[in-house]
Structure formats: structure tokens, C-alpha cells
Design a protein around this ligand. Structure first.
Ligand code: GDP
Length: 311
């Protein structure tokens, strides 16, 4: 991840080293190299344009510092702008003033949502919380079972509809009368159960589709409306490339997510999604998923990620 982008930027900056003064053409050549490196890394075109525009403006305006040579100054500017593009400050999970904190997960099928549900549960459990998972993905035949397995691995309980039980339970308490086939109801009942049983975090897994579609969005929107989550996390596969923007904007419109989870950052994605999504949606990247195991989760720190790219 980011290896190629990182190599490209590092070699661009090498050319600046040792220069006493940077001419406008040095700066233009550097900006061109940065632009090409970003495009090759699958960063969305509007983001590339804005990013390089800001760097050019600042580099030409050159805040002069006695401590840094001109080359170092450009690297510093690029670093600061990268942190901004990646969302600025680290953004912590917003916990509800009155528990339970309700976290809804949304994203395309295969994005790594269910796996992430387990990772987040484990991460929060390790921090002293009592999370419960709710299986509101009733679309994919195997999704409920998969979430139950994930919950077991994470060492947390899972609220799942009982297959074949059409009698159902009461949405407020989980003990009542409705059908189990309705994901909105299952999500509501899960939150109700968490309240009754005093879990302090409820993580609700919702259905994904292979591509954005209206039914999926409506269902996710209805669940959001019904459970009023404190956070809606949009899980996106970092390998998605140029499709990242379109997908992220569709989910933003459909569920108005509050934060982004980048999954499969351990793969050989070129980094475009990471660099585009926060910038285009204005929503922070909050976690990275870096493998298939429950432990493979990291809080996302824009400054550390920028340093990693420029190292
Ligand atoms: P969902 O359909 O969005 O719920 O996606 P899943 O959680 O079922 O994940 C789809 C596939 O991606 C599974 O094979 C997971 O093991 C795999 N996966 C999920 N997260 C990661 C990750 O961070 N890294 C890697 N390498 N694989 C992942």
C-alpha cells in the first residue's frame, strides 16, 4: 500500500535536495511529478487538482524558514497538505452521552464490513466497553451466520434473527411480535436488547450489494432513521481505485455517514481511495482494516499516514 506513490514522491524530492534556491520552473517540475504520481496512485482527478494547486501556491509564496532549505520546505508543505487531504486531525469515535452508543456500518458487499464489525467490537472490548453486534444484513444468505462467527472470534455477543421464527420479538425489548425478515426491525430490536441488557455499544451490520443500488440505499437510510445511530461508518475497500469517489458520494447521499473505514490496507492498493474519500466527502477516515484477523484494526492517524507516505 502506498509503496509506489511513496517511492515516486521520495525520488521527486531527491531532485530538490541541495538546491540553494528554487526557481519557478523547479517548482513547476516538482508539481508535475507529484501530479503524475497521484494520478498513477488512482487519486481522483479533482482531488489531485486541488492538492497540487495548494502546494504550488504555497511553494511559490514560499514561507521562508531559516531552519529549512528550499527543498525541505517543499517537503514540509506537501506533508502538511497530505495530512489535510487525509482528514486533518485524528477523529475519535463519538460515544453517546447516555449509552448505548449505536454504530451503524454501511458499504458495498465484499468491502469488509462484517469482518470490520468484529474488529471494532474487539477493539472496543479491549478498551473496557461491552459491545454487542447486530445482524441486520438479511440480504446475503450467509451474512447472519458469518456475523455470529465474527462475534464469537471477537468474544462479544451477537443479536441475530432466529431463522424460521416468524413470530419475532418486540422492537423495544427484543421480546415481542414482529417478523424477523425485516432488517429495519432487526436493527431496532438489537438496539432495544442492548438497552435492556446494558451493553454500552451496539454495532449494527447492514446489507451490502455488489454495486450501489436504490433499494440498498433506501434500506440503509430506513435503518439509520429507525435507530438514530451516534456514528455511521462507511466501509470502503482500499483496492476500489477510481470508483471510490462515486461509491463514497452515493453512500454519503444515502446514509450520510459520519466516518470512513478503509479496509484491506494490507493489500497492494495504490492508495487512491485513501487520498480521495475524506477530501471529497469531508468525512474523516477513522479506522484502517489491515488484514483478515480480528486484531487487524488500527485507528487512522492522518499525520502518521502522511509521514509513512513521505518516508
Ligand atoms: P462484507 O460483505 O462487506 O461484509 O465483507 P466481508 O467482511 O465478508 O469481507 C469480504 C472479504 O474480504 C473476506 O474474505 C474477508 O476476509 C476479506 N477482508 C476483510 N477485511 C480485510 C482486510 O482488511 N484485509 C484483507 N486482506 N482482507 C480483508
Amino acid at each position: 500500500m502506498f509503496n509506489s506513490l511513496s517511492d515516486r514522491l521520495t525520488s521527486t524530492f531527491k531532485n530538490l535536495r541541495g538546491k540553494g534556491r528554487l526557481s519557478e520552473s523547479d517548482i513547476n517540475a516538482t508539481i508535475r511529478d507529484i501530479r503524475l504520481a497521484l494520478i498513477d496512485a488512482d487519486v481522483a482527478t479533482p482531488v489531485v487538482r486541488e492538492f497540487t494547486g495548494r502546494i504550488r501556491e504555497r511553494a511559490l509564496g514560499a514561507e521562508v524558514s531559516a531552519a529549512l532549505n528550499p527543498g525541505q520546505q517543499v517537503v514540509k508543505i506537501v506533508n502538511e497538505e497530505l495530512v489535510e487531504v487525509l482528514g486533518g486531525k485524528t477523529r475519535e469515535l463519538q460515544m453517546a452521552k447516555r449509552p448505548p452508543t449505536v454504530i451503524m456500518l454501511a458499504g458495498l458487499q465484499g468491502s469488509g464490513k462484517t469482518t470490520f464489525a468484529g474488529k471494532l467490537a474487539r477493539h472496543l472490548r479491549d478498551k473496557g466497553h461491552f459491545p454487542v453486534l447486530v445482524a441486520a444484513d438479511l440480504q446475503r444468505p450467509n451474512a447472519v451466520t458469518q456475523l455470529e462467527v465474527v462475534a464469537e472470534r471477537a468474544g462479544v455477543p451477537c443479536f441475530a434473527p432466529e431463522r424460521g421464527n416468524e413470530g419475532g420479538h418486540d422492537a423495544a425489548t427484543g421480546e415481542g411480535t414482529q417478523s424477523y425478515g425485516d432488517p429495519v426491525w432487526v436493527a431496532q430490536a438489537g438496539v432495544g436488547q442492548a438497552k435492556v441488557r446494558q451493553y454500552d455499544v451496539v454495532i449494527v451490520d447492514t446489507a451490502g450489494r455488489l454495486a450501489v443500488d436504490e433499494n440498498l440505499m433506501k434500506q440503509a437510510g430506513d435503518i439509520r432513521e429507525a435507530i438514530q445511530p451516534d456514528e455511521v461508518l462507511f466501509v470502503i475497500d482500499a483496492m476500489i481505485g477510481q470508483a471510490a469517489i462515486e461509491t463514497a458520494l452515493a453512500f454519503q447521499q444515502g446514509v450520510d455517514f459520519t466516518g470512513v473505514v478503509l479496509s484491506k490496507l494490507d493489500g497492494d492498493a495504490r492508495g487512491g481511495a485513501a487520498l480521495s474519500v475524506a477530501s471529497v466527502t469531508g468525512r474523516p477516515i477513522m479506522y484502517s482494516s489491515i488484514g483478515e484477523q480480528t486484531k487487524d484494526i488500527e485507528v487512522f492517524h492522518p499525520d502518521r499516514m502522511a509521514s509513512r507516505i513521505l518516508d
